[in-house]
Design a protein around this ligand. Structure first.
Ligand code: ADP
Length: 405
């Protein structure tokens, strides 16, 4: 700025001086005779020139002024739009400082002037701090459901195109969570309530067996079969609601080799009755793993019992293998297989490919939902490869199960 002002006025001063020097050089006599008039003309020229510069400058300034006004107006409009959005929104820079926050955010956080503060000073949640720090350090957009005080939010954090700022949007899902809980509690309560009467019906049906004549035995068998089915559904529902209720896993060190040996014992009779071979394949040196023992046992029971249920001949293999620090558990069978169109839905609750076959073998449609839940609780995954008529392979990856501590 200072430099441009200096250059400008230097030229204003230089121009009349150059004019005087030129006249003196070309017409020395004329200059000597009319020096006063020449000085006056040079002075007038300097004034005209300065005036022109001034005019140009003021034009420029007014252009700049209107541009700034326009910019200010646009910024205000943008702030108004952001403020009018009901969902809390904030934008943080890569140091975690809030550069923009709307009214809803300030209301939610209870901080009236959030801009300029570090986000962790406005929202009191360790889970949120960990989540946003991870987004900032990894430079990857992400989303998560997080509890802040008494409310639940679905939070989406997206890196802006500038690559320097992260926009964070909070969607209140408290009502949805409450409804989910009411539904879970209802299912759990009903299942508990049904368990006792069902066990009583089963007990009395068993007692009646010896005292009933051949004609009525058929009816008793139907009562027993349906009671059995109801008991299976209720106990699977109880397992699921317990998994959801206590959404924590208790990690301990245990022998997967021993657990698979237990599975072999547990399903030996059933497999033998169907003429199926039951095999275990475990990587050499693989024994102890870190996971929730009870839940992994439940997962293996569900997968192995399905394999036995849906296989009429051939072999069932339970496998445990190492993949870096992860453990891969799988069951493969030579059974009916699953058609491609059903694959994406079989982990849903109550989804059964063949209702009659599942019902016949005491299926509830909840077994794989439980398996998926357990895998996810371990931050792992479950997937399936199947060829109809040839067989099915279910695999579960348990991350870090092979870490020493
Ligand atoms: P179910 O109690 O009916 O077995 P699951 O949730 O365990 O319920 O399984 C859902 C559906 O997936 C089953 O009804 C069955 O059609 C299919 N399925 C599961 N495991 C196998 C398998 N090993 N082979 C073929 N089909 C399977």
């Amino acid at each position: 700025m200072i430099k441009s002002v200096f250059i400008k006025y230097f030229f204003v001063a230089l121009l009349p001086a150059a004019l005087l020097a030129l006249i003196n050089f070309i017409m020395p006599e004329f200059f000597a005779e009319n020096s006063a008039a020449v000085f006056i003309v040079a002075l007038i020229l300097a004034l005209v020139f300065s005036f022109l510069i001034y005019l140009g400058e003021s034009g420029e300034t007014s252009g700049l002024n209107s541009f700034m006004k326009e910019l200010h107006k646009e910024k205000k409009e943008l702030q108004e739009i952001i403020s009018s959005i009901k969902e809390p929104i904030m934008v943080v820079n890569n140091k975690g400082i809030i550069v923009l926050a709307n009214r809803a955010f300030e209301k939610m956080s209870g901080v009236s002037r959030a801009e300029g503060k570090h986000f962790s000073k406005t929202i009191n949640s360790d889970a949120f701090t960990v989540f946003l720090n991870k987004v900032i350090s990894s430079k990857k957009s992400s989303s998560s459901s997080i509890q802040i005080d008494e409310q639940f939010f679905f939070i989406s954090a997206s890196y802006l195109d500038t690559g320097k700022e992260v926009s964070v949007l909070f969607q209140d899902i408290t009502q949805l969570k409450n409804l989910e809980k009411i539904k879970r509690d209802f299912v759990s309560n009903v299942s508990h309530e049904m368990k006792t009467p069902l066990t009583a019906i089963k007990g009395f049906a068993d007692t009646l067996e010896g005292e009933i004549d051949e004609k009525n035995k058929h009816y008793l068998d139907i009562i027993k079969r349906h009671t059995e089915r109801l008991i299976n559904i209720v106990s699977d529902l109880l397992v699921l609601s317990e998994l959801e209720e206590k959404d924590v896993i208790e990690i301990s060190r245990f022998s997967i080799r021993g657990m698979i040996a237990d599975m072999m014992r547990m399903f030996k009779k059933e497999a033998e009755e169907k003429g199926i071979e039951l095999k275990a394949v475990i990587d050499t040196g693989l024994d102890e793993i870190m996971a929730d023992m009870g839940k992994i046992e439940q997962l293996l029971i569900n997968l192995t019992s399905n394999a036995v249920k849906y296989t009429d001949e051939g072999t069932i293999t339970i496998k445990a293998s190492k993949k870096g620090k992860d453990l891969i558990l799988s069951t493969s069978d030579t059974g009916s297989g699953i058609d491609k169109k059903h694959i994406s839905r079989i982990f849903e609750r109550f989804y059964r490919v063949s209702k009659s076959r599942s019902r016949q073998s005491g299926g509830t449609g909840l077994g794989l939902a439980i398996v998926k839940h357990i895998a996810l609780q371990h931050k792992g995954e479950v997937w399936v490869d199947s060829t109809p008529g040839k067989g099915t392979l279910f695999s579960v990856r348990l991350p870090h199960a092979l870490e020493k501590d």
